[in-house]
Design a protein around this ligand. Structure first.
Ligand SMILES: Nc1ncnc2c1ncn2[C@@H]1O[C@H](COP(=O)(O)OP(=O)(O)OP(=O)(O)O)[C@@H](O)[C@H]1O
Length: 352
């Protein structure tokens, strides 16, 4: 059963296309990671799925209906990227206040215990550390025994221990049959929790696959050196020249160094670093047909030719599951309607 779905969902803010024809299906019982660099469109996609924003074109569904329907929204939980907590209320009071919106809430002590903050129940939220506030904000998403939870970068600002406690809480919900879509910048976080990961870049789904397949995709190293000119080298995914330094992105740095030496080219200041996820995304997204080149860093990508064979005409790399869902998609996108005035809203008022 599909709990949430986006079909060719597009969202524009003025001239900015934050999401561009995104297809996504969230089956019951899955814990799915949404991975992407800053500005990729993760928060926008979550806000469409929970009914806080509406699509510019395409459509989104929650439990088979309109995400703006209060009956659907009562069955979800969400932690946005930023949460304002009333500073003078105690942690327990905040939990009680949110609990009062639901017919069968999780008891306060049980909820706080699940997220390792039961000792904070009597503390005013204004006096909590950033990490403690974050854990409370995430815990609140689970108070109404939701079927489906959306978490937008849940562990931002948490130390290692707090992050692990929070992961445990999310894992427990999933083990009990809950469904989760969580966004993150960190592959490590997605890897710790999810089996499936959807990679967003420039508002598009770049990949929808298992975590291990995505890890291979982003297992890129950055080899930097100073060299007058380089011959064509096998295995180079992208070349970037900044301030006289050439950066080569490759999945096999050892082989690249051997090839460099064998080529006889003179080079200096060789440095090999794991590329950041941002680097990897840059290399992948540079293969997109509508991506503009950076003004101060010219990237040439050999991956373009390689991935063109696997890629769809619109530049997306699709998994089998995605291809299947695209086949079932409706050809004509339906725009979500506004909620009627006076309708009760169990979650935050819609900001469209
Ligand atoms: N309210 C808005 N008005 C104008 N542009 C917006 C608005 N919200 C988001 N955007 C733009 O849409 C794009 C996608 O933003 P979004 O917040 O969805 O990305 P994100 O992947 O969640 O980023 P981050 O990881 O930094 O939170 C960005 O270019 C952003 O500047």
């Amino acid at each position: 059963m599909i709990l949430a779905r986006a079909v060719q969902a597009t969202r524009r803010y003025g001239d900015v296309t934050a999401l561009d024809r995104v297809d996504l299906e969230l089956p019951a019982g899955e814990l799915v990671g949404l991975l992407g660099p800053n500005g990729a469109g993760k928060s926008t996609l979550l806000s469409l799925l929970v009914g806080l924003r509406r699509v510019s074109s395409g459509r989104v569904e929650l439990f088979g209906g309109d995400p703006r329907d209060p009956a659907a929204r009562r069955q979800i939980g969400m932690t946005p990227q930023e949460t304002g907590l009333p500073p003078t209320l105690r942690v327990g009071e905040v939990v009680d206040f949110v609990s009062a919106h639901y017919a069968d809430p999780v008891p306060r002590a049980e909820l706080l215990g699940r997220f390792g903050i039961d000792d904070l129940a009597r503390r005013q939220t204004g006096g909590l550390s950033g990490g403690q506030k974050r854990r409370l904000a995430v815990a609140l998403a689970f108070v109404g025994r939701p079927r489906l939870v959306f978490l937008d970068e849940p562990t931002t600002g948490l130390d290692v221990t707090a992050r692990r406690e929070l992961w445990d809480g999310i894992r427990q919900f999933h083990a009990d049959g809950g469904t989760v879509l969580l966004s993150s910048h960190y592959l490590e976080e997605i890897e710790a929790l999810a089996h499936r990961v959807v990679v967003l870049g420039h508002g598009r789904v770049l990949a929808d696959d298992t975590v291990s397949a995505i890890r291979d995709l982003v297992g890129v190293r950055r080899v930097s050196l100073v060299a007058p000119e380089l011959p064509p080298l096998p295995g180079v995914r992208a070349v970037e020249r900044v301030d006289g330094i050439t950066h080569l992105l490759t999945t096999d740095a050892d082989q690249l160094v051997r090839d460099l030496v064998h080529s006889g080219v003179s080079f200096a200041d060789l440095e090999i670093r794991p590329s950041s996820l941002e680097d990897a995304f840059l290399a992948i997204t540079e293969t997109q047909p509508d991506t503009q080149p950076q003004p101060d860093a010219h990237m040439q990508s050999d991956a373009q030719a390689q991935s063109a064979a696997q890629a769809q005409p619109d530049g997306q790399v699709q998994s089998d599951a995605q291809a299947q869902s695209a086949a079932q998609a409706q050809p004509d996108g339906q725009v979500q309607s506004e909620p009627q005035p006076g309708q009760p809203q169990p979650a935050q008022p819609a900001d469209v």
